[in-house]
Design a protein around this ligand. Structure first.
Ligand code: AMP
Length: 474
């Protein structure tokens, strides 16, 4: 199978070859003909499968070849709308649109919150063919009357499961209500929970369903280890490991960006060179951090899951989970960064009592037990009590035997109608384990979410001093 076989127009083939792709990935081989053929699509695919090109290439093809009511030389209208849960992903997707439309007269733009609206309004005024946006900012533009969505012919909901996890269900519904009823809609999701199925039913018309294999297996060449440790000694243990083993090029993961910043501050005080890479960093700061890390100047790069997705670093000798991800699939993504060609990579997780439930979910997903190995002098207190993990306004119970994560402290709708309460993804009652393969627990990557103060507390690894959260369900 080649891209030529898929019937894409020449300028797209040229851009794809320049991007260095020779063969379509499985999701592309299925999604491209499905989208070209017309009709709606429900696609199960995770990041890293090539899903972005899977929807972008056929959309660009259709934008170039299908009829439009637009007068030649007249104002461009948004004909394709791609909605993503986070700013990082929106920026990445729009970058892909640019790469693939390099040889086409297509204009695209990305719009997300946290930055000024005026340049976005100006871009809309000049006219666009493809808009990539996060839901909150899209609705802000709509409310202000700066965005006309009445010409949308193609609509993509990317990482729909993550959108629900992040509480965007009301925003999605609002967006759907302002889009023209006649359009081709594509829904991409890593999981097919009941909520996703309900959303698909609402959004899609007799969709074609495709699903590519999940990437749950972890490479045999990666040596995985868990170091049980008390939550307030993780930073010390990490420094100890780096220094005693003389580690270089260590990629360290935290759940939230504030945790990443605090860890970097600590490491610098211990004379370990470190930088954080996450959504709040400017592009130049990220580029510099990455260059220094790759050259070996920088010993440690601390990243959040979403930030790490957008960066081209893999084949590292060491990946450390300073905090376990609450989404088991993210563990597989994280440790997939290690394992040099031929050589063994090492993935180490520093796990405190609060995270034992997360660990159990991960082991269930990868179908193996990760060996525990206490580091002398850092043994975990066997009597330590688990505490809830606070992520933004959400409180997760990561302790063993606890009920499904994703308890929400309730999120009132914020100004501009950006974010409603949690979408009710996690049907309470069921155990975390029963949920882990189909219903992801609440996401930790809340790059776009507000209320960082408590998230920071969670990330410091220190106890959370806030009062016990109101349990919404479970
Ligand atoms: P995605 O799942 O869309 O985030 O894509 C993951 C990565 O795979 C991106 O870095 C793409 O540039 C890359 N990619 C996408 N399609 C192909 C392909 N057919 N061959 C090689 N790499 C690809």
């Amino acid at each position: 199978m080649s891209f030529e076989n898929l019937g894409l127009i020449e300028p797209l083939l040229k851009a794809v070859h320049e991007a260095g792709y020779s063969t379509p990935t499985p999701i592309q081989a299925q999604a491209i003909p499905a989208v070209l053929g017309g009709g709606d699509l429900l696609a199960g695919a995770q990041t890293g499968t090539g899903k972005t090109a899977g929807f972008t290439l056929p959309l660009l093809h259709k934008l170039m070849t299908s009829q439009t009511g637009q007068a030649p030389g007249g104002k461009r209208h948004v004909r394709a709308l791609i909605l993503t849960p986070t700013r990082e992903l929106a920026a990445q997707v729009e970058e892909s649109v640019r790469v693939y439309s390099k040889y086409l007269p297509i204009r695209s733009a990305v719009m997300f919150g946290g930055v000024g609206m005026n340049p976005q309004i100006e871009a809309l005024r000049r006219g666009l063919d493809v808009l990539v946006a996060t839901p909150g900012r899209l609705l802000d533009h709509h409310q202000q009357g700066t965005l006309d969505l009445s010409h949308v012919e193609y609509f993509v909901l990317d990482e729909a499961d993550r959108m629900l996890d992040m509480g965007f269900i009301h925003d999605i519904r609002r967006v759907l209500s302002i889009l023209p009823p006649k359009k081709q809609s594509l829904l991409f999701s890593a999981t097919f929970s009941d909520e996703i199925k309900a959303l698909a039913e609402r959004l899609l018309n007799s969709p074609k369903v495709i699903e590519v294999a999940r990437r749950n297996a972890t490479a045999e060449t990666i040596a995985q280890k868990v170091h049980p440790v008390d939550r307030d000694r993780k930073r010390e243990l990490l420094t100890h490991l780096i220094k005693t083993n003389d580690w270089h090029q260590v990629l360290v993961f935290t759940r939230m960006k504030h945790g990443a910043n605090r860890l970097v501050e600590y490491l610098l005080k211990q004379d370990v060179t470190a930088m954080a890479i996450h959504g709040n960093k400017s592009q130049s700061a990220r580029t510099r951090a990455l260059a220094e890390f790759k050259s070996g100047e920088l010993q440690v790069l601390v990243a959040t899951d979403i930030a790490a997705r957008g960066i081209d670093i893999d084949q590292l000798p060491h990946v450390v989970n300073f905090e376990l991800p609450n989404v088991p699939e993210d563990y597989v993504h994280r440790i997939g960064r290690t394992g040099r060609a031929g050589a063994e990579g090492e993935a180490i997780s520093l796990v405190c009592v609060d995270e034992e439930g997360f660990l159990a979910d991960i082991e269930k997903l990868i179908k193996r037990q990760i060996p525990r190995e206490s580091v002398p002098g850092f043994e975990a207190d066997p009597h330590a009590k688990a505490e809830p993990i606070v992520l933004g306004r959400r409180v997760l119970h990561g302790a063993p035997g606890s009920r499904s994560g994703g308890q929400s402290a309730g999120r009132p709708g914020s100004g501009g109608g950006n974010r409603g309460p949690h979408g009710g993804q996690h049907g309470g009652g069921g155990s975390r384990h029963a949920n882990s393969n189909t219903n992801k627990p609440a996401q930790g990557q809340q790059q776009d979410l507000r209320a960082p103060r408590r998230a920071e507390a969670a990330n410091s690894g220190g106890p959370v001093s806030s009062p016990p959260p109101r349990r919404v369900r479970g």
